[in-house]
Design a binder for this molecule. Structure first.
Ligand SMILES: C[S@@+](CC[C@H](N)C(=O)[O-])C[C@H]1O[C@@H](n2cnc3c(N)ncnc32)[C@H](O)[C@@H]1O
Length: 299
């Protein structure tokens, strides 16, 4: 895919690169440069990344829905596991953007080693607004905007590059859903890693290797910049930018139907949304860090 960048770039190790200037973004990139997230296992290859992606209900449905010959942007792609997953076995054009060079180097290395050619990486801060307008059919940004100085400002910039009728998926930490993690963060500060390994469901349940554990602990408990959000906040962002609500996870209404995330669902009422966010404290959404996801379509 050509012509998706509107500003002058340098080409470093096969990555389109821009200087990272903003102090807050620099602080965040220093954090991830130390330990890129999410990390690859030593034996990861096309098949393992494909299996991992297929097991992720959201990523799997997203990839199927994209279809073929589409332009897809992942904002805050980190080490590009998902971007690479979206690219594998398709003729879509995938662009992964992230300000952390160490992460992108791993992303690019994986793509090169596995001969994934329909993918390009951009080393940039979203706030530097380097992407051309109306370029992408799909934008995925999960677990990213809440690590920026101004999540709405970042959304406002990225949404310009979405084409009409294109879909955007935004995943953010929830004000209610993250309460358990915040409590665990205090416990981590006082008692350290041993206790956290016992009480954090992700660390307890998954067969993570040491690198993955360290990356998760850093990301959840010692991140330098993080904010919390609500459904209604993102709905407001959608409204301002003419984005029609498609669905959310957890549900905004009482349907709890996640079989087809691109099928238009009810956005419920203020009450149903508050209740479903409150319930995150007690269900698996709150156990795993409190992320919620909204999907919208540009009108
Ligand atoms: C928690 S990681 C999420 C990585 C990936 N999206 C995932 O779900 O595994 C957050 C990512 O956001 C990126 N990020 C932080 N600030 C950013 C900014 N201003 N513009 C674009 N990406 C940013 C970080 O470099 C990091 O890779």
């Amino acid at each position: 895919m050509n012509n998706f960048l509107k500003k002058k770039f340098e080409f470093k190790n096969g990555i389109f690169s821009f200087d990272i200037i903003d102090e807050k973004t620099k602080k965040v990139t220093e954090f991830y440069n130390e330990k890129p997230f999410p990390n690859y296992k030593d034996n990861d290859n096309k098949q393992t990344i494909l299996n991992k992606g297929d097991k992720n209900i959201l990523a799997n449905q997203f990839k199927k829905f994209i279809g073929y010959k589409k332009n897809v942007l992942e904002v805050g792609c980190g080490t590009g596991q998902l971007s690479n997953y979206f690219a594998i076995g398709t003729n879509n054009n995938i662009v992964g953007l992230d300000p952390t060079m160490a992460s992108l180097n791993l992303a690019k290395e994986f793509a090169n080693n596995n001969k994934i050619t329909n993918i390009q990486f951009v080393n940039a801060d979203i706030f530097d607004d380097v992407l051309n307008d109306d370029s992408f059919h799909f934008i995925w940004t999960n677990g990213v905007l809440h690590h920026t100085k101004d999540p709405y400002g970042a959304f406002e910039i990225l949404i310009k590059s979405l084409k009409k009728n294109g879909y955007v998926l935004v995943g953010l930490y929830n004000k209610f859903g993250r309460i358990r993690t915040i409590l665990r963060r205090y416990i981590f500060k006082i008692f350290g890693r041993k206790i956290i390994e016992k009480i954090d469901p992700t660390l307890r349940n998954l067969k993570l290797d040491e690198n993955e554990k360290v990356a998760w602990i850093r990301d959840q408990y010692i991140h330098p910049l993080e904010s919390l959000h609500t459904f209604d906040e993102v709905l407001k962002w959608f409204k301002i930018h003419n984005i029609e609500f498609v669905s959310s996870i957890p549900s905004s209404d009482f349907d709890y139907d996640y079989e087809d995330i691109f099928e238009k669902k009810s956005q419920g009422t203020f009450f149903s949304r508050i209740l479903n966010q409150f319930l995150m404290i007690f269900n698996s959404f709150g156990a795993d860090g409190g992320l919620f996801v909204l999907i919208g379509r540009k009108k």
